[in-house]
Design a protein around this ligand. Sequence first.
Ligand code: HEM
Length: 336
Amino acid sequence: MSFKFNILTNIFFILIIILFPLFSVILNLNYFIVVIIPYVSIIMFICGIIYRTLSWGESAVPFRIPSTCGQQKSLSWIKYNRLESPFTKRDVFWRMFLEILLFRSLFRNSRMHFYKDRPKVAYFSSKWLWLFAIAFHYSFLIVLIRHLRFFTVPVPSFTHFIEKVDGFFEVGMPVMYLSGVILLVSVLMLLFRRIIIDRLRYISLPADYFPLFLILTIASTGIIMRYFYRIDVVSVKELTMGLVTFNPILLKEPINILFYIHLFSVCVLFAYLPYSKMVHLVGILFSPTRNLPNNSRAIRHINPWNPIVKVHTYEEYEEEFRDKMKKVGLPLEKEK
Ligand code: HEM
C-alpha cells in the first residue's frame, strides 16, 4: 500500500473520531457519547482481551522454540547464559521480567549500513527505537496512573506521589506534567521514524499508523485541555465517578468539546486494542519464543497433542509372519 494511502486513510479515521463527538454534542446525544460509548468500549476491551487470551492459551505449542543467543546449558563445567538461553523456569522469569520492564531485546536493535562506494555492509547498534519505545510506554503508564484521580475517591496516595514527582519542575500554571509532554514527543518520534526511514515506510500498513495517530489525538487534546483551554475538571470527575459506580449522570452543562473528543478517542483506543497489534501488551506473556526454557537436551518434550497411534513393532511383525518368513528363508531376529 502506498504511503499516501496509509496517511490519508488515517487522517480520514481521525477526522471521523473528531467529528463524531462533535455531531453527538450538536445533536444533543450527550448520554450516548459519555455513557453508552464508554461502557461499550470497556465491554469490547474486556471481551476482546479474554477472547485473545483464551485463543492463545488453546494454541498448540508442540515444540520448544525459545529464541536464544547465548550458551545453552550442557556440561556442568561449561557456564551457560541464564538470560540468553534460560534453562529453568526461574531463568525464564528473569528473562521475561527484563523484557517486559526494560524491553531488553529491543536494546539490541541494530542498523544496517550499506556503503555505496565499496561492496561492504556494516551493522551498528541503534538505540533510538529502544529509547522512544521506553519513553512512550512509561509516560503512557504514568499518565494512566495520574488519571486515576478522576476515577477514585479517595485518590490513592501513590497517585499523589506520582503527580508530585511528575510535576517536580513546577513549570507553568497549572504545573506541567513531564510525562504528558514525553508521551506526545515520543509518539511523534515513533511516527516520524515510520515515515522517514524508507524501508520501514515501505512495509507499513494503515494499521501500523493508526495507534500512533490515535494516541497523538488523545495526548494533544489532553494537553490542550490542561494547559491552553481549561475545562471544568470538577464536572469531569462527577461524570467519571458516575460511570465507575454504575450510576451514570448527565451534566446540566455540557463540558468542553475537547473533552468529548479526548474521551471518544480513548474509547476507540480501548475498543480497538484487543484486535490490533497493541495487544502485544498481553501477547508477550504467551510468546513461546520467550516463555519456554531451552532445556530440550535435558528433557524429552512429548507433544501433548500427538494422537494415540497404534504401533506395530518389528518384534510383533516377526511374531506374526514368523512361519512365512522362515519358509522363504528370511533371517529372523529371534529363533523360537
Ligand atoms: C488512554 C487513556 C488516556 C490517555 C493516554 C490520556 C492522556 C492525557 C494527557 C497526556 C493529558 C494532558 C495532561 C496530563 O499530562 O495529564 C490528559 C488530560 C486530561 N485527560 Fe486524559 N488520557 C486518557 C484517558 C482519559 C479519560 C478516560 C478521561 C476521562 C474520562 C480523561 C480526561 C482528561 C482530562 C479531564 C484531562 C485534563 C486534565 C487537567 O486539566 O488537569 N483522560 N489526558
